[in-house]
Design a protein around this ligand. Sequence first.
Ligand code: GDP
Length: 357
Amino acid sequence: YHISQSCQVRSYGNLQNSDVIDKIRNFGILAHIDAGKTTTTERMLFYSGTIKQMGEVHHGNTVTDFMDQERNRGITITSAAVTFGWNGHRFNLIDTPGHIDFTMEVEQTLQVLDGAVVILDGSAGVEAQTCTVWSQADKHELPRIAFVNKMDRADEDLLEMAVEEKIRLVELLADVDEILAEEVIQRESLSNVGPAELKAAIRRATLSRLCVPVLCGSSYHNVGVQPLMDAVGLYLPSPLDRPKDSLVELFKGSFCARAFKIRHDEHKGAVTFMRIFSGNLQKGQKVFNVRQQKAEQTGQMMVAYADEFQEVQEMSSGNIVSVTGLKDTFAGDLVTGNLSSANSAKEKLMKLKGIDA
Ligand code: GDP
């Protein structure tokens, strides 16, 4: 792996057209504190060419730590979601709250993800919060990749101390290799399995939540972060891979989105981050809040890149956008394109187990 040339130019990492829905990956990073979520996020932005300089976490100058600068410039660098390109994919990395106490916030965020990367600290093994985020991902039936980070640490004492934890780690992830091996052996008995077939087999098993691909590496190195991004593209779901009973099925092409984060911006006022599940959203469109059965007027519509919001005129299903102008829409609320679909949606949603208006 080499640092891509695109780091030199402002390219947002060769971003795919937002209409190519099967190239979209809406994913979050879940981790115990200190496992390396910030470092990994920042390095993903760097290696994808989205930011030109790497910060060090302990210097307090990573993209996600620039809160003061963010306020001064009136934009959101560290956003509720950041969009960038990798290997022909459009990645929407959605920020999951670090503090597990904000359970409602975590739940609202998990509802808009299609998949997740769970980061473990290789020198610490399975930690308390690893288990919490793991079971949250289970609850939301999220296909996931495990990234065992900090493997550059050659601290033997530390590793020895963590042996017990590592055994738990292996147990947690044990079903992975077995199922993968089974798939491959089955295929091998038919013909020699090539890398493409193997990847397809892993993808199917990952999407059906039968396996969790595990990558070991270090977010300090491109050989950790770049293969991790490849794996996100290869194994995590696109919005088309969502289960049948999802909002996509329910709304059948008419506009429906879920708000998952509201940020207050000095210049723009409330900025509402939404995941579009179905249909398109136009700039300045009127939307209807399903819970409140109320119309709301959107203003600007934007996509959040690492260091700026870029205005867009229209956004299609599967994408993440932020809009201004919504006053009564809260995180977790669903919005639709017209009153009648808001009305029928409420009824349908009440019948549908697991989907809450
Ligand atoms: P977060 O709390 O999960 O966001 O973790 P951070 O990204 O802030 O990382 C916590 C600490 O671990 C920081 O001091 C990082 O520099 C360090 N760290 C992160 N990734 C690695 C890695 O791959 N190897 C080593 N040795 N340290 C790492």
